[in-house]
Design a protein around this ligand. Structure first.
Ligand SMILES: O=C(COP(=O)(O)O)[C@H](O)[C@H](O)COP(=O)(O)O
Length: 335
């Protein structure tokens, strides 16, 4: 008997929605949620044949894969879990998939802690870190330093348009770190007061380029000009294996309403219209809004990439990438 096209279970659809709408966000958190969703797919799938089970798992992975394009931790997580789905019966496949997802999630947690300890070694008592966006890997370094008794202060960029800097500020304050919150445009002025720029990454390319929240590259260039070292905290699931063979990393473009709300746009229309009337949608002459969510920082502006395997100058990250991922980057979720 051939099963009908296997359904993606509702929990996978809702995780995918939550990632796409950024209720679940940040590269490591996205990877963790995707692995958990695949485990749920395995648990709740009611198909009766191994082939249908595998098709369902691939469909679930595709649904998750299509949510956001830039954080490579997502495909890396999906690939890792799918490769571990093993067995000749639905029961065996179910158990191995769940095991694999759980071990991925445990490793992720463990890697963050290890990375934090390594990153903490770069931070000295009384140092001021300047942050951009919200990164659990970057914060792990601060947390580990605080646990060692290192006193730190932070200058936190709010990070337009979605202001994830506020999440960073809240976390740091909860840990008792004094925080100065600044608008993005104030970064250069405050770099003189900073000892480190500390950011995370969504992807690291084979040449050591760092892909992270839009604004990271400008910050890194300015930090170099001011002589402030740039430290990137990124677990190895942020290494982008496709870049070993020359692929570039897709930069997500988000809804322009994150930059200019419908209300703001409507007010532009009415003020543009000669008779003061509301004007037609799309009639805001000469205005284009663009909203790229990430940018690429060239390796020459990065001082260290801190991973759970140690800290590396960006140019040498390719060796680690080869060791961990090899040259093969299949897409096991493809039909
Ligand atoms: O750019 C962002 C988040 O962007 P968004 O809010 O658009 O997802 C973070 O710096 C990285 O994802 C690393 O985060 P982590 O260290 O937690 O993986």
């Amino acid at each position: 008997m051939v099963d009908a096209e296997p359904a993606v279970v509702p929990a996978v659809e809702s995780t995918a929605d939550a990632i796409a709408t950024m209720e679940i966000r940040g590269a490591a958190t996205i990877a963790d949620a995707a692995a958990a969703a695949l485990a749920t797919q395995a648990e709740e799938s009611r198909v009766e044949t191994p082939a249908a089970f595998r098709r369902g798992l691939r469909a679930a992975a595709r649904t998750l894969y299509e949510t956001r394009p830039t954080a490579v931790s997502l495909p890396n997580a999906l690939r890792y879990v799918l490769r571990g789905a093993d067995g000749d019966t639905v029961g065996e496949l179910r158990a191995s998939t769940i095991d694999r997802a759980e071990s991925f999630r445990r490793d992720l947690e463990h890697a963050r802690e290890t990375l934090g300890g390594i990153g903490a070694n770069r931070l000295r008592d009384g140092d001021v870190v300047l942050t951009h966006c919200h990164s659990t890997d970057a914060l792990a370094c601060v947390e580990a330093a605080l646990e060692d008794g290192t006193a730190l202060e932070a200058i936190v960029k709010e990070t337009r348009p979605r202001k994830q800097g506020h999440i960073t500020a809240a976390q740091l304050r909860e840990w008792g770190v004094p925080v100065t919150l600044i608008v993005d445009g104030a970064a250069r002025r405050y770099l003189d007061a900073a000892d480190h720029v500390l950011v995370g990454a969504d992807s690291i390319a084979a040449d050591g380029s760092v892909i992270n929240k839009i604004g990271t590259s400008g910050l890194a260039v300015t930090a170099r000009e001011r002589g402030v070292p740039v430290m990137v905290a990124a677990q190895t699931i942020k290494l982008h294996p496709d870049t070993l063979t020359g692929h570039t990393v897709a930069i997500e473009t988000r809804d322009e309403r994150e930059v200019l709300s419908d209300e703001e746009r409507a007010s532009l229309r009415s003020s543009d219209a000669p008779d003061g009337s509301a004007g037609e949608p799309g009639s805001e002459g000469g205005l284009t809004v663009e909203n790229p969510a990430f940018d690429v920082t060239p390796p020459r502006y990065v001082d260290a990439i801190v991973t759970e395997r140690g800290q590396f100058p960006p140019e040498s990250i390719v060796t680690l990438m080869r060791e961990l991922f090899g040259d093969t980057t299949d897409e096991p979720w493809a039909e």
